[in-house]
Structure formats: C-alpha cells, structure tokens
Ligand binder design. Sequence first.
Ligand SMILES: Nc1ncnc2c1ncn2[C@@H]1O[C@H](COP(=O)(O)OP(=O)(O)OP(=O)(O)O)[C@@H](O)[C@H]1O
Length: 587
Amino acid sequence: MKIFFFCKPYLLSQKYTIVAYIALTLLSSAIGIISPYVIGNFLDDLVISADKSVIFRFCIIFGGLSILKILKDYITSIMYTKMQVQMGYDLNIRVIKHVQSLSLSFINQKDGMYLNQRFNGDSYNLITFCLTTLQGVITNIILIVVPFVILLANNWLITVLMIGFILVYITLYLALREWLYKAGLVFKESQAKFISKLYEQLKHIKLIKINSIQSELNKRAEDSFTDFKATAIHSQKANFVYSSLEGMIASIAQITLFVIGGLQIFNGNFTVGMFTIFNSYFSMMLNASRYFFGLGATYQNAMGSYNRIKDILKCRGESYGEKIVESIDRIELLDISFNYNTFPNNNYACEASSSNQEQETIVEDRAFDTAQVRVENVIDSFSAKFSKGNMYALSGPNGAGKSTIISLIMGLYIHEYDGEIKYDDVCIREIDMVTTRKRLIGFAEQEPLLINDSIRYNLDYNDNASINGIDLLKNTDNMCANSRTVSLDECIKILNMESFINQNSFSFIINEKNTNISGGEKQKISILKVLYKNPEVMIFDEPTSALDMNTTRKFINYLQKIKSDKIIIIVTHDEYVKGCCDEIVQI
Ligand SMILES: Nc1ncnc2c1ncn2[C@@H]1O[C@H](COP(=O)(O)OP(=O)(O)OP(=O)(O)O)[C@@H](O)[C@H]1O
C-alpha cells in the first residue's frame, strides 16, 4: 500500500488511461472465464448430439474471440508503454529535482553516474510495479473469486483442495520474503556501482592513455564486476528457489486434482465435460494464486526501490529565504567557520528511517561516506567586507579556502557555516538566493564546465535564442532591473575572441568533455558569460590562469572601467592582477 500511496500522483495523472486499460484486460479475463464453460458443454454436446453444425458454430465463436484478443493485446500494449514511460519519467525527474535542491555537500560525496542509474532504475521499477499490480490484482481477484463460486456451487471437495493450496502459498511467501528483499536490494546496489565503474573506463579515457593505466583502471571495473556477479547469482538463486517452490506446489495441486477427478469419473459422479470445466476453473484459480505468490517477489523487489527513493527524498532540500534583493552594495562575512564535513550531521541531512527494513537500506547505502572528509575546519573565523565600486583580489596559498569562500558568498552551503554572511545588512539565509544568483551574481569558475551545446547556449542558457541578432537575445530572466545592457561584440573584443568566434561562429557545438576547444578558449567563454550577463556582483576564480598577457591586461582594464556600480571579486595568484585591485583580501 505504501508504494501505491507514494505513486498516487503519477497514477492519478493517467487515471483515464489506467481505467480504460484495466477495463480492456478485464474484458479478456471475462472471455477466459466463459471459455471453459463453453468448451465443457461443447464436449458433452459432441458426445450426445449427432449434429455436425455444432463444430462449425464453436469454431466461428473461438475464431472471433481470438481476433478480438489480438486487437485488445495491441491496444493495451500501446497504452501500457505510454503510461509507463510518462510516469517513470515524472517520478525520475522529481527525484532529480529534489537532489538539485539539496546541499552541494550531498552530490559532492556521490558519483553522478551511480545516482543516475539508481534513480532511473528505481523510478521505472516502482511505476511498472504499480501498473502491473493494479491490473494484475484486479484481474486475478476475479479469476479466483468467480471460479471459486462456480466450484463451490458444484463440488465442495475441489474447493477445499484449492483453499488448502492457497494457504500453503501464503505460508511460503511469509517465510521467504525477507530473504528475497535483501537479495534484490544488494543486487540493485552493486549493479548501479558496477555501471558507474564501467563508465569510469570511458570517462577518463585520455587520462588512461596518457598514463598508460588501462590495466589499473580495468582492475577497478573487475573488482566491481566480481561483486556485481556474486550478487546477481545470489539474487537469481533466491528468485529461482522462490519460483521453483511455487511451480512444485502447482504441480502437486494439479496431480491431486487429476487423482480426485479421475476417481469421480470412474465412479460415474463426473462426466468428461464436467471434469474439463472443473479442471479449467481449478487451474484458473491455481494460476491466479500463483500470480499472487509471484507478486510477493516483485513486491519485495519494488520495496527495495521504494526505500531507496524515500531515502533520497527524506534528505531535506536547502530552504532559502523569501527576500528578493534588487541590488547589492555590500557583502560582509563575519567570523565565518566552515567544514565540508558538517552536512551529514546537520538538520539538512537525511532524517533517520523508521522501519527496520528502511534502516537496513540506509546502512547499506549510506549517502555520506564520512571516511573521505576531513575533520578540521576549512575556513576558521574568517571576516571580510566587499563594497560596491571596488575590485578585490582574494589571495592565499593553495587549499587555503578561497574557492570555498566564494561558494559561501554565493549561498551554496547556506546552512552549513558558522558566523554571518550579509548582503547589505540582510543575512543571506533570509534571501531568495536562487533568484539572487540568477539576477545579481555572475561567476566564472576556476575549472569552467561548459554544457554540450552551442557557444551561444553556454552564454546565457537561453534555448529560444537564435544565433543571429545576438545582442537582442539576452535571457531577461538573468537580468536585474537596473542592469545595463552590454554589447556582446564589445566583450568579445576585450577577450580577444574575434578570430575564434569568426572561425567557429556562435553555433559551434562544444562537446561533452569540452575537449574540442582549448583551455584558454574555455576560460574565455566562461568569462564572456559573466561580462555579457553584466551583473552587479562579478566573481572570477583564477580567471587569468589560462589567458595570455595581452588578454589579461584588456580584461582587467575593462573591469576597472565598469567597477563603479559593481562588486568585483577575483580569486588570484597573479601579481599583475593583484596590483590592479583596490584591495587584497588575504586568507
Ligand atoms: N567539495 C569539497 N569537499 C570536501 N573538501 C573540499 C571540497 N572542496 C574543497 N575542499 C577542501 O577544502 C580546502 C580548501 O579548498 P579550496 O578549493 O577552497 O582552496 P583554494 O584556496 O581555492 O585552493 P587553490 O588555490 O588550490 O584553488 C582544500 O583542502 C580542499 O581539499
């Protein structure tokens, strides 16, 4: 029930299709229920009647029913695919959006490929379970109840026999369910990890070639494969034992019926037609019971996916304030201390699960590996002030925490630091930082990540922009009310990018790994993005590390020209850049 309750919104979104789908499958079950009765009577008619037209009549009825069944199968399979694909995507994207709302600390500690594999697999598993179970349970309840009533009205002995076997099924399910659950869960976990390790073989292909470390990296995949293989075999064994037991019970039930039915025919209590009818209804009930027994295994498997998805959804997303700021004149950091390790213990981490089964999932799949994070503070009692009209150099040795300070200023670890960060005397925890980052802050990263799309798209992520008429296309969502429009042409000139843009044009597609442009070009596109956005707060992390001297000078000169209505912060080791700044903030 938990699973259905959880998937309710997705089921409701497709309610009409689901109802039509179930109605169609019930229709075919109804035909299935009538068939034995018709066949039994047909056999008895054949024995007592000499009229050959009986045969043709039955052939026409069954031919028509077969064609109807093919039609119904086609329609239901298309309906099913449409529902499953849509609902699976809706659930998957909900989980992904939730993870996007979590602290960066969460994703920093996880492998994206592993998470992706896990969310996608679990989402489709849950939706498939709901759809097939809804249809299966309704159909099979009918396939138990109707034959049960028919058998009860005609032969109590066979009815009692059937009830006995149903009880055996229930007992076996209760005895084996936990074993099945664990085997399925462990298999799913190791499968996601294995696929992630396989991906590593291709993701780091250049590193592998340069360092000739094929065998070392292959070994990592092999270790993961060994684990995956063992869990796959274990899970297969568990499922095999479960389904074999179910098959054995079914065979014993069928043999018992043949013995009882055979004796009844010998004693003259049953006609052959009657036995055919009883046998068919008995088999129908038996198959429906087998369905519920098999459903037990599917349910345990779905519970694994359910608990894993709930684990993620239990992690509370970062809650931002609601204050909308139109302008930032001053950024203040007061006595800031920060450690990347605080996330697993703070309020915004995952809540504990309640049930035993859920707790087991969390232990298996601890989202945070505390062994890999350092204990001491990265930032310790740091204070600084950045005011409009100035250009600041943030300086300090490698690992001192400069990039971390920038992340904190931008509100990326909003609930994880001690001290106070304020924009114009307002604590950033009260501010809607999503909107603020979008409209008032521009950031060029130390190692820019460009999206596998055109240069144009990477400038302001505006899907609707055409390549021509560039200056008219600015994504207005990204602009604050008093933002001055800048000319993209001007920014291109400042960064000496004319020949690059002329050669490649804005429609040039940057590949997935950003390897079809040089390090310097990549850095320039990242800086261009900020200059073109032209926000009030401009932050550059090591912007000149890959720039030639001429470009560095033009870029810094430009910043000095525009700084009067901006706060500009540059993380840098470059003495020339430091010399051009109004203040050096040492960390
Ligand atoms: N996501 C993270 N998770 C855990 N630790 C991190 C993370 N990012 C940085 N650190 C650690 O925090 C410390 C400060 O890193 P940071 O990148 O802020 O330094 P930095 O001053 O910018 O260094 P550099 O000059 O080398 O760029 C480092 O010891 C680093 O290992």
